[in-house]
Design a protein around this ligand. Sequence first.
Ligand code: FES
Length: 621
Amino acid sequence: MNIKLATGEEISIAEGENILSALKRHGKYLISSCGGKGTCGKCRVKVLSGKYRTAKAGKISKGDRDKGIVLACQTVPEQEISVELLESSRLVIGDKIALSKSKDLAELFKSLDGKISPIVNKVSVKLPPPSIEDHISDLERLKRELNTKGMTGMRFSHGFVLSMADSMRSSGWDIDLAHVNGAEAIFITDRRDTSRYGLAVDIGTTTIVVYLIDFSDGRLVDVGMTYNSQIRHGDDVITRIIYATERGGLNELRDVVAEDINNLIRTITEKHKIKPGHVESAVVSGNTTMSHIFWGIDPRYIREEPYIPAVNFFPLWKAGTARLNINKQAPVYTLPCVASYVGGDIVSGVLASRMHRSSEIALFMDIGTNGEIAVGNNEWLMTAACSAGPCFEGSGIKHGMRATEGAIEAIKIAPDTFEPSFSVIGNTTPTGICGSGMIDAISEMLLTGVIDQRGKFVRDIKTDRIQEGDEGPEFVFCRGEKDVVLTEVDIENVLRAKAAIYAGISLLIKEVGFTLDSIERIYVAGGFGNYLNVDKAIILGMLPDLPKEKFMFLGNTSIAGAYLCLLSEKLRKEAEDIAHKMTYMELSVSRNFMDEYMSALFLPHTDIGLFPTVEKLLKAR
Ligand code: FES
């Protein structure tokens, strides 16, 4: 059977297969935040003709249903049908995202170490060319010369030996032997060839960032960023684990992430005329699930009680095994993880924040797709994951979107007229609202009395901005071809996410016997951390009501940590110490977490005394 697309193209669909799955098989991707469970309402398509049956139509209004709009993941054709793919449902990934290069990286490295010590070391060896008289094999020849330098007992992998004979001859027997700690030979290069590069990679649930580094001076050659194509199979780590395990998609997830990274590598190396084979080592930083999938390790036990990952400290495996298109023998270092939901990205973050070296008590928070926190100093470190969910990335929000072009990112509401004014990323027509926009919107709505402290619309205010939508009441920020609204259900979702973050912070700090006031510094990391307005996040009750000077934005610390570990052995060792030292607290099993969470579902909190600044603002209102 076939599906006819409005463009005239036809794609095959198997008996009983849903439209989303058929589209995916043909490389056509729709936003499918819930991974096809029928709960996110994002995978809409319009059926133009033909019979079909649809399991769930939740999230689709009666009006839209009458127009033939259905959830692709829930709809199975009963005969040949004709379908239009809606622009608003299309998943756009694979685009390179412009990213500014960090000027502070070199400074950060200098402040932490400053001495470049890559994973790969090189030793120069001048081999006597073989002759009729000196006819031992190439490998024995190499070992003989290494013995004279006192380097014995080195391991030679099959991969090394495969390319060894050619490399020796093409270098005229005057070689550099790349090895790891004198223990394992990696590859051979020509001594005249001094180019040495490394790769730092941040595998986020939503985005992937790659830094290419020149080892001669630690210089950042270039940066690449793209969306993680695994988004095709769901927005959060849980839907990815389900896809990897229950649907047998581990290999596919692994391939798409390697392909994303390889595309970035190709773009950068071509642009700078660097041979990918000259990239001699890599460091990867990601959450525990992303790290498992990257290496093709089944992540199923991360999700099953008692939530035990297969690996926290990853051995030094090869780029070839990771399917990376750099030198196949290049060792790939993976930032160690702490627990199922606190991964190498958080270890990277703590390393880059330097909180593990200071006596001041600091709180580190990474508000990305999930929300992880760490508290401590140079003597101790505690960590937890908040399970905030990806709502600040737009998931589960009617017009939610990631912070890309067209997203409303900052909002003000006039207190007398309730008219909103906003700024849009890329100064274009708004198509949705991103995380920082949601935080602004809800705090502004609270301060202007559009919503009450439970997050419900106040019905008797005089504005036509509040209207009845298909999902209940909503506030219209922008009218046009497509309205951009925030519904009461959206507000509830944001309140749940912010409550999980605040409850996590509050409980973790109580657990270690401190109060919020004793926190001397708060580091905020994550892509989202770049745009966050602290005042508004405090009004929302997501961040604790502490003096603004205590907050410091660090941007993407996962890639910063990967960069530091790529350059320095000392910092790789420190990252491991951090991971060993961190005590993980499983919040989901703590009874107090539920109490903290319920109290934080209010705006800003049921105990307004915890938010004196907000109390004042509300009184002034
Ligand atoms: S509703 Fe279809 S993917 Fe979420």
